[in-house]
Design a protein around this ligand. Structure first.
Ligand SMILES: Nc1ncnc2c1ncn2[C@@H]1O[C@H](COP(=O)(O)OP(=O)(O)OP(=O)(O)O)[C@@H](O)[C@H]1O
Length: 223
């Protein structure tokens, strides 16, 4: 599976049109950066793509073949990293890994991943924000989903783990297409092969900080 296309997404909350005929795509091997100010509708767009939020209209296709949003999760087409953790806080990291990956050889890939041994004996609620995001991404990375939508993978994460997460994301491009939204815009700009900014319900292509300023995501620098 090489190409995810999401088109004609419309969503209004009450009278406010959050997504106004929005379209975007993501290829395997590509990291697509999605920018937008607080409340612009980025999470709404990701949830609509996952099929977890009902929208007024959406068309989805994978490799040019139409797919119903209700098939996205059962057919493991797209994986989603939500802003808030999806792992139970009271469980130890080493007990969660076998729950997600019943096969021994798959578990080993996680247990032997760089950095895991530093915290695998701790409870999820006791590890740092960076360790938690890294763990969540490692779990997603080893699932079969060809596309991943990542909602704020760098939020609250210390610089040491941001670098670890960036390395992991770059390595994932070999097998997956990635969509990332995060207000750590410099990190996203550095990683992204292509980026767009969501403003007033519409998406605009951007290439750099100047473009982000032109679309009012960043404050324009005084000359
Ligand atoms: N269930 C809902 N009912 C009503 N309004 C909602 C609902 N969910 C989201 N909104 C509104 O839609 C807008 C877009 O929200 P969304 O969470 O998609 O923004 P975002 O771009 O992801 O923001 P942030 O950068 O803060 O995460 C916001 O104004 C939000 O308050």
């Amino acid at each position: 599976m090489r190409l995810l296309e999401v088109s004609e997404v419309n969503k209004a909350f009450g009278k406010r049109q959050i997504l106004d005929n929005v379209s975007f795509g993501c290829k395997r091997g590509e990291l697509f950066g999605l920018f937008g100010r607080n409340g612009s509708g980025k999470s709404t767009l990701l949830k609509a793509t996952m099929g977890t939020l009902k929208v007024d209209s959406i068309s989805l296709s994978i490799d040019r073949k139409a797919i119903n949003p209700s098939e996205i999760i059962p057919q493991q087409k797209i994986g989603y990293l939500p802003q808030d953790t999806f792992l139970p806080k009271e469980m130890k990291v080493r007990d969660i890994i076998p729950l997600v990956f019943p096969k021994g050889e798959e578990q080993d890939k996680i247990f032997y991943s760089a950095g895991i041994s530093a915290f695998d004996s701790k409870k999820v609620g006791k590890i740092s924000a960076g360790q938690l995001k890294y763990l969540e991404l490692l779990l997603l990375a080893h699932l079969p989903h060809p596309f991943l939508l990542l909602d704020e993978p760098f939020s609250m994460v210390e610089p040491h783990y941001i670098e670890k997460i960036k390395e992991l994301l770059l390595s994932l491009k070999a097998t997956k297409g990635l969509v990332i939204t995060d207000h750590y815009y410099l990190d996203v700009l550095e990683l992204a092969d292509r980026s767009m900014v969501l403003k007033n319900g519409k998406l605009f292509g951007i290439e750099n900080e100047q473009d982000l300023a032109a679309h009012d995501y960043l404050k324009a620098k005084k000359q």
